[in-house]
Design a protein around this ligand. Structure first.
Ligand code: SF4
Length: 282
């Protein structure tokens, strides 16, 4: 019986990790796993290092590769066809947006954590069955205001009798706001930011502005990947008669209007506030 936390190092999963560390959630975890896409903002990596410095439950970092590099080179983490990010599509710049299928979460988050559990914790070979006496509890930092995601996680895990999802924040009735208060009271010495790839298209304008204004390298990387999506003939856009963009206005990120209001965000139901903590695909 093992208990593992999916750690995204954003607000909610940080709260859960620190609650385990403080002994507020019992029983404790054996470890927390951070699936690293190699593309988080600098603030998330420095926060992760701060968490590791607390010498609480072990924080394991595993990666399937650098998502943006794989995307630009048209390959996925295993050398196959690239895993798409949820980019917006338009026939021409600024036109009405569609969105392409998201495969990145599964390959670069969900499977990375599952592989760590299967291969490194349980010592299984690829394809080997889970022994009957093994039970893993996977804890998720999902707050009450995004409870729908917990339903989708339960659905995804149905039929896998060896794994049990757990949602400590929902059980305690905690919202994201409650988490922020809890982190303040705990005494985290810096602001905990949302974790997500710097070029993740699921960003509000306020989040894009923050990246641009506070993380020069992260912003440059986001623009680099965005521009690469539209180089004619690359694998990322092959067979697509539309252009790909990371900003929902379907204008290149470096020229996109990042001012509010941003009504389409709400119309499309894309007011993304959740973390991509090994579950943004569910
Ligand atoms: S943060 Fe966005 S781009 Fe990165 S893995 Fe999650 S959905 Fe994909």
């Amino acid at each position: 019986m093992l208990r593992v936390l999916n750690l995204g190092a954003g607000v909610q999963s940080t709260t859960v990790y620190l609650m385990y560390l403080a002994g507020e959630i019992q029983p404790g975890i054996d470890c927390a796993v951070f699936a690293d896409t190699g593309e988080e903002p600098a603030a998330v990596y420095s926060h992760l290092h701060w968490l590791q410095s607390l010498a609480g439950p072990p924080i394991i970092v595993r990666s399937a590769g650098r998502l943006g590099d794989d995307l630009m080179q048209g390959r996925n983490s295993t050398g196959g066809r690239f895993a798409s990010i949820p980019a917006y599509t338009a026939a021409s710049e600024g036109a009405k947006a569609g969105i392409i299928r998201r495969q990145c979460t599964k390959e670069y988050k969900v499977e990375v954590i599952e592989r760590y559990i299967r291969r490194e914790i349980l010592g299984l070979r690829p394809g080997q069955r889970i022994p009957k006496d093994v039970t893993i509890t996977q804890a998720y930092g999902i707050s009450l205001d995004e409870a729908g995601r917990s339903v989708r996680i339960r659905e995804r895990l149905e039929g896998r009798r060896w794994i049990t999802p757990e949602f400590p924040l929902i059980v305690r009735g905690m919202t994201r706001g409650d988490c922020l208060n809890w982190l303040r009271a705990f005494g985290v010495p810096h602001e905990v930011q949302k974790s997500a790839c710097v070029f993740c298209p699921f960003k509000s304008n306020a989040e894009w502005r923050r990246l641009r204004d506070t993380d020069r390298d992260g912003w440059a990387r986001a623009c680099q990947v965005d521009n690469a999506l539209r180089v004619d003939g690359t694998v990322a856009n092959r067979k697509l008669d539309q252009k790909l963009y990371v900003h929902r206005s379907c204008v290149p990120l470096e020229r996109a209007d990042l001012g509010d209001p941003d009504p389409r965000q709400y119309h499309l139901g894309l007011n993304w506030t959740a973390e991509c903590a090994g579950m943004c695909g569910v």
